[in-house]
Design a protein around this ligand. Structure first.
Ligand code: GDP
Length: 534
């Protein structure tokens, strides 16, 4: 059906479809169990028959979300795509995020495309560095967060101590939906507070299959579990006491966080997480454009690119742009307009991509993710629309902390070198900084994590036939500045000002002492921290 005929039935359908979407990402410190949980979620939705994630990274190299040779070598997941499945009457879109902190910028971008985040906490470690950084990004975006205390089958911290840590360090009020019965290391099941029942978990084939759950009344639980049950009720009671009752609005406003307990490896508590997502997580809602006015979900198709990935399929050297659908219905084959250039883009090759698995996608609704193949003209942050023009806010660039000068190894290949660097910049693989002093031949590459340089080196050599040399610069700190800082700091040791392609002047400093010294000597200069990541 053409989108220009917006019949009441069509509007209803789009509302219904957007309303049953739950689009989220799992954020965690590496090793908290994100990949294991992803597989457990998929298992519950019966996307894959048996979860293979229970025995560590070495055996996990072929899991659904790994694809690149580098990932295989290192056993980490670099790509970001979406896993879609139905659960109850909803469509769940789980956006994959890289596990390694070096690729955190990719994760930040994924957080621009979701409506909710699941913060996975290792019960033995509590909130870790990367959890906190990701939490800050969620806060800036006002993303509602569900907190899952994972690995409860292993000895760990005390549940109430974990709640205190969450309250103190994130400012979020914990609102238990489930509470562990049995201390960490002795995970018997959970008190399902909403239904006031004991969900007893039973191991099933070491977590490779959906855990068997049996339900009991509180009286039965008290009898069979003794003090494990009464302790759980008392502890959860202490948290609820200070919180009165479960408050969906406080969750959506980013003031409170639902709490669940799990063992992703044993598939315990995973169903409860899915139910929480269905019952409480926000559906795809009207998304504000660059001026802050929300575009109704029934408006003609629109979306934005949150991720560009090349080389996913080595045989085809392809280039996939991942779009989050914000309004209307995406129909494969439709010709959309790219807001930045005003050019049309044909969507003949639309796919749903997760890891190596691909499926042609014919239709997608708000909240869904579409991978557009052969999309080399699309950049991260680009908006696409049908009929009514829209521009969604740019996805902010994050504070780089590593800087290297790039030069072509073979001067006769400078054209390929320049094209490659430009392309990788558009894909968001690396930030590129320039100055007249350094010249065109030697741009400065800026990264949030050093492994980004390895990706650039690899891609330049293999995808662009332009091998390059990298030379490390001593800077470790960046501030947003202005054009006048460039001449002012031209000969100042320990600092340099370069222009980033988005038009921002970045002042780079060796360290915080260099920054302080320069702030003191040049009080007139504007030096603003970038986001919260410096
Ligand atoms: P990621 O780096 O966050 O993706 O973490 P992984 O999913 O790779 O998990 C890291 C390690 O913890 C692996 O060895 C998993 O098998 C293990 N693991 C994950 N979840 C659990 C859990 O709930 N209980 C236990 N005992 N181990 C877990």
């Amino acid at each position: 059906m053409s989108q220009d005929v917006l019949t009441p039935a069509r509007i209803n359908e789009i509302h219904k479809e957007a309303g049953r979407r739950r689009t989220f990402a799992v954020i965690s410190h590496p090793d908290a169990g994100k990949s294991t949980l992803t597989e457990a979620l998929a298992l519950h939705a019966k996307v894959i028959g048996t979860a293979g994630a229970s025995s560590g990274k070495a055996n996990r190299k072929e899991t659904v979300s790994d694809w690149m040779q580098m990932e295989k070598d290192r056993g980490i997941s670099i790509s970001s795509a979406a896993l879609q499945f139905s659960y109850r009457d909803t469509v769940i879109n789980l956006l994959d995020t890289p596990g390694h902190a070096d690729f955190s910028e990719d994760t930040y971008r994924v957080l621009a495309a979701v409506d909710c985040a699941v913060m996975l906490v290792d019960a033995a470690k509590g909130l870790e560095t990367q959890t906190m950084k990701l939490f800050e990004v969620c806060k800036q975006r006002n993303l509602p967060i569900i907190t899952v205390i994972n690995k409860w089958d292993r000895p760990g911290l005390d549940a109430l101590a974990l709640m205190d840590e969450i309250t103190e360090r994130t400012g979020l009020q914990p609102m238990p939906l489930t509470w562990a019965v049995g201390i960490s290391g002795d995970f018997r099941g959970v008190w399902d507070l909403r239904n006031d029942r004991f969900a007893r978990f039973q191991r099933n084939n070491a977590g490779a299959q959906i855990a068997l759950t049996e339900y009991f009344t509180p009286e039965e639980a008290a009898e069979s579990q003794g003090s494990n049950w009464t302790d759980a009720v008392d502890e959860a009671g202490l948290v609820i006491e200070s919180n009165l009752e479960f408050d969906v609005d406080a969750f959506h406003a980013g003031k409170a966080t639902p709490i669940l307990f799990s063992s992703a490896a044993l598939n315990f508590g995973v169903k409860e997480l899915l139910d929480a997502l269905v019952d409480f997580a926000p559906p795809a809602a009207p998304r504000p454009d660059v001026d802050g006015s929300p575009r109704p979900v029934e408006s003609p198709f629109s979306g934005f690119v949150f991720k560009v990935q090349a080389g996913m399929n080595k045989a085809h050297r392809d280039h996939v742009a991942f779009i989050r659908v914000c309004s209307g219905v995406f129909e494969r084959g439709m010709v959309v307009t790219q807001t930045r250039t005003g050019k049309s883009f044909a969507t003949k090759y639309a796919q749903q991509v997760f890891g190596r698995e691909r499926e042609v996608i014919d239709e997608a609704y708000p909240g869904d993710v579409v991978g557009l193949v052969n999309a080399s003209s699309l950049r991260v942050g680009d908006s696409l629309f049908l009929e009514d023009s829209v521009e969604y806010p740019a996805i902010p660039l994050f504070a780089p902390e590593h800087f290297q000068v790039a030069r072509s190894k073979d001067p006769s290949k400078f054209k390929q070198f320049r094209r490659g660097i430009e392309q990788l910049e558009h894909e968001g693989v690396i930030q590129v900084l320039r100055s007249d002093v350094r010249g065109d031949q030697a741009p400065v590459l800026a990264a949030v994590g050093p492994m980004q340089f390895e990706v650039v080196e690899d891609r330049m050599a293999h995808d662009f036939s332009a091998p390059m040399r990298l030379e490390r610069l001593p800077y470790s700190l960046a501030r947003i500045s202005t054009a006048d800082a460039m001449p002012a700091l031209a000969n100042v040791p320990g600092a340099e000002v370069l222009l980033r392609s988005d038009g921002e002047y970045l002042a780079l400093f060796n360290d915080v002492w260099a920054l302080r010294r320069i702030e003191k000597n040049h009080p007139d200069l504007t030096l603003v921290p970038i986001g919260t990541h410096n």
